[in-house]
Design a protein around this ligand. Structure first.
Ligand SMILES: NC(=O)c1ccc[n+]([C@@H]2O[C@H](COP(=O)([O-])OP(=O)(O)OC[C@H]3O[C@@H](n4cnc5c(N)ncnc54)[C@H](OP(=O)(O)O)[C@@H]3O)[C@@H](O)[C@H]2O)c1
Length: 289
C-alpha cells in the first residue's frame, strides 16, 4: 500500500489519480475528506501531521510514502516525523521539498523544511527528494479577482521564473515511488521556460478569450495579502525569491525531462486544464465588459 500525504492538494490529488490509474492501493491522507469521489482502491484517511499518533496506524508497513510539509510546518518536529517513518517500517519515502532549501541556505523561511530533508536523508530506507520551484497552481490565487473584476494583481510583474506544473511533480513522485533507480536522488523540478506574472496573465487572458487588466502590486501590498494565508517568514522568503531570484532559481532544470522522458509542461498547458476555475459562474457578468 502507498500512502499519500497532502492527498487533496495540488500535487497530492494528481499523484493519487496516477497511482489509482496504475492499479495501486492508496491511503489518501488529509485532515478533511476530499470533495470529489475517490477512485477505486483509494481510501481517504483522516490524519493530521501535527498529531503523529493519528498517522501511525496508516503508515505501518507502507510500501511507499509521499510526504509534504504543509504551510510553514513549524508544528511538525522533524525528529518526530523521522521516528514515525522508522517505527512504521515504511519501505520508501518521497519528500516534496523546495528549491529554496538549496538556493536560500540561510533563509529562515525554509529552515524547517531543510531539517525535514536532513531527517529523511538519514533514514535507512530508500528516499528521494523533490525540490520544485514555484508552482503554476499559485495562479489560482488570481481566481477571485479574475472572476469578479477581470483583473490580476501581482508584484514584480516582469520577473520571470520557470514555474512547474504540479502534475509534473506528481508524475516524478509516481516514478520515485514505484520505480527503481531514484533512491538517494535529489530532483530539481521546474517548468521548461521562465515566465513572468504579466506573461502568465496574458496566457490566462488568451485561454479565457477575455482581456484582463494587470495591476502591479508593490512588495508591501503583496506582503499584506500573503500574510492572510501564510506565516511571516514564508511570505518574506517567497517575496525575496519573486523580487530578486538567484541564477539557480531562474534556471530551467533538465530533471523533469530526464525522469519522465518528455519535456516539462508549459504554463499554458496547466491553464488549459484549469481555465474553468477562472470563469465567472453562469449568469454572473461584469457590467463593465
Ligand atoms: N506553491 C509553491 O510555489 C511551492 C514551491 C515549492 C515547494 N512547495 C511545497 O509544496 C507543498 C504544498 O503542496 P501542494 O500545493 O500540493 O499543497 P496544497 O495544495 O497547499 O494542499 C495541502 C494538502 O495538505 C493537506 N494538509 C494541510 N495541513 C495538513 C496537516 N496538518 N496534516 C495533514 N494534511 C494536511 C491538505 O488537506 P487538509 O487541509 O484537508 O488537511 C491538502 O491535501 C508545501 O510543502 C510547499 O513547501 C510549494
Amino acid at each position: 500500500m502507498l500512502v499519500v500525504l497532502g492527498a487533496t492538494g495540488n500535487v497530492g490529488r494528481e499523484l493519487v489519480a496516477r497511482l489509482a490509474e496504475a492499479g495501486e492501493e492508496v491511503a489518501a491522507v488529509a485532515r478533511k475528506a476530499p470533495e470529489a469521489p475517490l477512485p477505486r482502491r483509494v481510501r481517504h484517511v483522516q490524519g493530521d501531521l501535527s498529531s503523529p499518533a493519528s498517522l501511525a496506524p496508516h503508515l505501518k508497513n507502507a510500501s511507499g510514502v509521499f510526504l509534504l510539509i504543509p504551510g510553514g510546518g513549524a508544528d511538525i518536529s522533524p525528529q518526530v516525523l523521522r521516528e514515525l517513518l522508522e517505527t512504521a517500517r515504511v519501505s520508501r519515502v518521497v519528500l516534496l521539498s523546495s528549491l529554496a532549501v538549496d538556493t536560500r541556505p540561510l533563509a529562515t523561511s525554509h529552515a524547517h523544511l531543510r531539517a525535514v530533508e536532513e531527517g529523511v536523508r538519514s533514514l535507512a530506507v530508500p528516499w528521494t527528494l523533490l525540490r520544485p520551484g514555484g508552482f503554476a497552481s499559485n495562479a489560482l490565487a488570481w481566481v477571485p479577482s479574475v472572476r469578479a473584476e477581470r483583473a490580476i494583481a501581482a508584484p514584480f510583474a516582469d520577473v520571470a521564473l520557470p514555474v512547474v506544473d504540479p502534475a509534473d511533480i506528481a508524475a516524478v513522485a509516481d516514478r520515485a515511488l514505484r520505480e527503481e533507480g531514484h533512491a538517494g536522488k535529489v530532483y530539481t523540478l521546474t517548468g521548461p521556460v521562465a515566465i513572468s506574472p504579466r506573461q502568465q496573465a496574458t496566457v490566462i487572458s488568451k485561454a479565457l478569450g477575455t482581456p484582463l487588466r494587470f495591476v502591479e502590486w508593490s512588495r508591501e501590498e503583496a506582503r499584506s495579502m500573503m500574510l492572510r494565508f501564510m506565516p511571516e517568514p514564508v511570505a518574506d522568503g517567497t517575496l525575496d525569491i519573486l523580487e530578486a531570484p538567484t541564477e539557480a532559481e531562474r534556471r530551467v532544470s533538465p530533471d523533469v525531462e530526464q525522469v519522465l522522458g518528455r519535456p516539462a509542461s508549459l504554463f499554458s498547458a496547466w491553464v488549459e486544464r484549469h481555465v474553468a476555475a477562472f470563469r465567472p459562474p453562469m449568469g454572473v457578468s461584469n457590467p463593465e465588459i
